[in-house]
Ligand binder design. Structure first.
Ligand SMILES: Nc1ncnc2c1ncn2[C@@H]1O[C@H](COP(=O)(O)OP(=O)(O)OP(=O)(O)O)[C@@H](O)[C@H]1O
Ligand SMILES: [Mg+2]
Length: 250
């Protein structure tokens, strides 16, 4: 029996205006994989993650997720697919003026009716679930803190707690440890990896820290100036391949 990919990119290019952020990318990502996206700043990692979750449409080619061509879905069907894809954004995408519990509860928004979501803003619902998620990310005491009073690393963890509450099939994490100290970085990566091991969630994570990527991911995708340089098992990546990815001159 062959396993269907959870995500597939077929000859995908993306341009911002005339600028080619990604060029002719072909990828198949399978359920349960833990995949690291590596490459220097501007290589196209965030763009790739946004194509996978359907918040960006490709200029050319097709992006398939959960068996659907994202470009051909109605807005309603696209939202249904997006409920199964949790994204931890590089800039967190939290509402600063709300208390943490509300930002964590935003993980329910795809499932909750509008009245329930509005009611929860007045009187937080499912507080236990939010508290459990905050416990998992190591900040149980911040449930009622105002989000803008948290440090960058704590906000990062609120963004992760929101995805835990969403409980999607796949987690796309864009630099989830960028604002954390080394000890917290390992905790967060352990947590993300354990989700894959315990619940079979697929993890696609962009990381600047190559050592972390090698330690936590079984497969690495290397991007350079919008092009796919390698897509290989981590154990097969050589120092020369990393040099090619990060050296300043092509
Ligand atoms: N909205 C946008 N408008 C114009 N150009 C953009 C936009 N978003 C990204 N770009 C450009 O596309 C290229 C790829 O950007 P992207 O954010 O995907 O890189 P990245 O690999 O995530 O970088 P970093 O490691 O710094 O986060 C960059 O050169 C960037 O300047
Ligand atoms: Mg980025």
């Amino acid at each position: 029996m062959t396993i269907a990919p959870l995500f597939e990119l077929k000859h995908v290019s993306h341009r911002f205006g005339h600028f080619p952020a990604l060029t002719d990318i072909n990828l198949q990502l399978y359920p349960g994989e833990c995949i690291g996206l590596v490459g220097s700043s501007g290589a196209g990692k965030s763009t790739l993650l946004r194509l996978l979750n359907g918040t960006l449409s490709p200029s050319e080619g097709e992006v398939w997720a959960l068996g659907c061509n994202l470009n051909q879905l109605s807005p309603r069907r696209l939202r249904q697919v997006q409920r199964q894809i949790g994204t931890i954004y590089q800039q967190f995408h939290l509402i600063d003026t709300l208390r943490v519990v509300h930002n964590v509860n935003a993980g329910h928004l795809g499932r909750w009716s509008l009245p329930k979501a509005l009611l929860s803003l007045l009187m937080p619902l499912e507080v236990e679930t939010a508290a459990k998620a905050l416990m998992q990310v190591g900040i149980p005491d911040k449930l009622y803190a105002r989000t803008d009073r948290l440090s960058g690393g704590e906000q990062q963890r609120v963004a992760i707690a929101r995805v835990l509450v969403q409980n999607p099939l796949a987690i796309l994490a864009d630099e989830p440890i960028a604002s954390l100290d080394p000890e917290r970085s390992r905790e967060v990566m352990d947590l993300l990896r354990s989700l894959g091991e315990q619940t079979g969630q697929t993890l696609i994570v962009s990381l600047h820290d190559v050592a972390m990527a090698c330690q936590y991911c079984q497969r690495l995708i290397g991007l350079r100036q919008g092009e796919l340089v390698f897509d290989t098992l981590t154990e097969q990546v050589t120092p020369t391949m990393f040099d090619a990815l990060y050296r300043l001159e092509p």
